[in-house]
Ligand binder design. Structure first.
Ligand code: FAD
Ligand code: NAD
Length: 407
C-alpha cells in the first residue's frame, strides 16, 4: 500500500514564496512531500528594483530571472498559472488553467497598488507594480519626450511628470528619474528647463516617519536635480489631463501632466479578499506562527500578511526583508508539522535597517542604527540588493544578476 504524500502548495514566486520553496526543497526528500509552486510568470522579478526599470535606468531583463534557475525540478513541481481564488473549505486553489489541491498552503502573492478609491487613478495613473507596469511606464515617458518636437497638442504637459506619494517607492523612483531625464533631454534635443517633475505628498513631510536629517539630505539632492515637492497636498483625483489636488480646506487645483505615477501605498492581494479568509485591506493578520486565523493549514506571508509591532502598536511595513524572513520560518514550521516535531516557531522580524536609493549613485539609510548618506549608503543598498539574490539563488545568482557597479 502506498501512503499519500502531503502536498505543499506555495502561491507566488516573489521573495517570500521563493525563500519558502528553496528552504523546503533542501529540508524535505521527494518521499516526504510533494512541493508545488504556482506563479503567473515563469520568472521572478526583484520588486525592490522596479523603480529602476520603470524610469529606464535599468533594463527590465536585469530585474528578473527564471524561476527554474533556483528551484530543483526533481523535487518541486512548477505550475505557471494565474491564481484566481482559494477555497479553504475544499482545500484547493482555483487557477486560470484548472485547480490544485493542497494539504498545506503558503500564500505569498505580494501586494497591489492601493488607490483608496480615489477617482481616475486606476484609469489615468501608472503604478510601479511588476515588470509589465515598469515596461509600460518607461515606454510612456520615452514616448512623451520623443513626440515633444512633433506634436503641438498638450506640448508642455508632455514634459510634466507627477509622482504621487513621497514614501520610499516615490522617492526611489524620483531618484532614478532625476538621473534619466537629462539623458532623455540629450537624446531628444530638449532643453532641460522645459521639464517639470513634481512630487505630491499628502503628509506634511517627505518620507513620513523617517529620520528628519536624512530626509533633508534626500530632498535637497532631488531639488538640486529639478524635483519640485508639494507636501501637505493630498491627491484627490486623476484625469486624462493630470491630477486634482486639495488646496486648503475646501478648494482644489489641477496640475496638468502627461505622466502621473501613483506610488502612494500598497495593499495585499485581491485574491485574499475573494477567498473569504479574514483580512484587512486584503492583508491577513497572521498568528505568531504565520498561519491565518482559524486556518490550521494556511500560512500567509509577505505583503499579503499583517503583523503588529507591539512596541509602537502599528503594523510592520510590508518589505522584502520581512517577506524573506517569513519564508524561512514558514518552511521550518511546515517541516515541523510534517515531522510532528512539536510547537511551531513564532515569527519575530529582525529589522536590520532601511536604505532608500536616490539614483544609482546616492542613497540615505539607517543600518544597525547607524545613519548613512552618499556613496556609503549607495554601496550598502547594492549589497542589500545582492543579498536578496544570494538568499534565494546563492553565489551563482549573485554573479549572474548582482550589482557590482559600486562607486
Ligand atoms: P513579491 O515579491 O511582490 O512577489 C509576489 C509574486 O506573486 C510575484 O512573482 C507575482 O507575479 C506573483 N503573483 C501575484 N499575483 C498572482 C496571481 N494571482 N497568480 C499567480 N502569481 C501571482 N522592501 C525592502 O525590504 N527593501 C527595499 O529596498 C524595497 N524596495 C522597494 C522598491 C519598490 C519600487 C517597491 C515597489 C517595493 C519595495 N520594497 C522594498 C517592498 C518589497 O518589494 C515588497 O514588500 C516585497 O516584494 C513583498 O514580497 P512578497 O513575497 O510578498 O511578494
Ligand atoms: P508608503 O505607504 O510607504 O508611502 C506612501 C506615501 O503616499 C505616504 O507618504 C503617504 O502619505 C502618501 N499618500 C497617501 N495617499 C496620498 C494621496 N492621496 N496624495 C498624496 N500622497 C499620498 O508606500 P510605498 O512608498 O509604496 O512603500 C510600500 C512599502 O514598501 C513600504 O513598506 C516601504 O517601506 C516598502 N519600500 C521600501 C523601500 C526601501 O526599503 N528602500 C523602497 C520602496 C518601498
Amino acid at each position: 500500500m502506498t501512503v499519500k504524500k502531503p502536498k505543499i502548495v506555495v502561491l507566488g514566486a516573489g521573495y517570500g514564496g521563493l525563500v519558502t520553496v528553496t528552504r523546503l526543497q533542501k529540508a524535505l526528500s521527494v518521499d516526504e512531500a510533494n512541493i508545488v509552486l504556482v506563479n503567473k510568470n515563469d520568472y521572478h522579478y526583484e520588486t525592490t528594483w522596479l523603480h529602476e526599470a520603470s524610469a529606464g535606468t535599468l533594463h527590465h531583463d536585469r530585474v528578473r530571472y527564471d524561476v527554474d534557475s533556483v528551484i530543483n525540478r526533481s523535487k518541486v513541481e512548477f505550475i505557471r498559472a494565474e491564481v484566481q481564488d482559494i477555497k479553504p473549505d475544499e482545500k484547493k486553489v482555483i487557477l486560470n488553467t484548472g485547480e490544485v489541491e493542497y494539504d498545506y498552503l503558503v500564500v505569498a502573492l505580494g501586494g497591489e497598488a492601493e488607490t483608496f478609491g480615489i477617482e481616475g487613478l486606476k484609469e489615468h495613473a501608472f503604478t510601479i507594480s511588476n515588470v509589465n507596469t515598469a515596461r509600460q511606464l518607461r515606454d510612456h515617458i520615452d514616448y512623451q519626450f520623443a513626440t515633444y518636437a512633433l506634436e503641438e497638442d498638450k506640448k508642455d504637459e508632455r514634459l510634466t511628470i507627477v509622482v504621487g506619494g513621497a514614501g520610499f517607492t516615490g522617492i526611489e523612483f524620483l531618484g532614478e528619474l532625476a538621473n534619466r531625464v537629462p539623458e532623455l533631454c540629450k537624446e531628444y534635443d530638449i532643453d532641460y528647463s522645459k521639464v517639470r517633475i513634481y512630487c505630491v505628498e499628502a503628509a506634511p513631510m517627505v518620507l513620513p516617519g523617517f529620520d528628519p536629517e536624512l530626509v533633508k539630505y534626500a530632498v535637497a539632492l532631488l531639488e538640486k536635480k529639478g524635483v519640485e515637492f508639494k507636501i501637505g497636498t493630498p491627491i484627490k483625483g486623476a484625469t486624462p489631463e493630470g491630477i486634482i489636488v486639495a488646496k486648503g480646506e475646501t478648494e482644489t487645483e489641477e496640475i496638468k501632466a502627461g505622466t502621473v505615477v501613483w506610488a502612494a501605498g500598497v495593499r495585499g492581494s485581491s485574491i485574499i479578499e475573494k477567498s473569504g479568509i479574514e483580512n484587512m485591506r486584503a492583508r491577513v493578520k497572521v498568528n505568531p506562527d504565520l498561519r491565518a486565523p482559524n486556518q490550521e493549514d494556511i500560512f500567509v506571508i509577505g505583503d499579503c500578511s499583517l503583523m503588529i509591532n507591539e512596541e509602537i502598536n502599528r503594523p510592520y511595513p510590508p518589505t522584502a526583508q520581512i517577506s524573506m524572513q517569513q519564508g524561512e520560518t514558514v518552511a521550518r514550521n511546515i517541516v515541523k508539522l510534517l515531522k510532528g516535531e512539536g510547537d511551531l516557531e513564532t515569527f519575530t522580524p529582525d529589522i536590520k535597517g532601511t536604505v532608500c536609493s536616490l539614483g544609482d549613485d546616492d542613497a540615505i539609510g539607517v543600518v544597525f542604527d547607524k545613519k548613512l548618506t552618499g556613496t556609503k549608503a549607495s554601496f550598502m543598498k547594492k549589497m542589500i540588493d545582492n543579498r536578496a539574490l544570494f538568499m534565494i539563488g546563492g553565489p551563482s545568482l549573485v554573479l549572474k544578476k548582482g550589482k557590482f557597479n559600486v562607486l
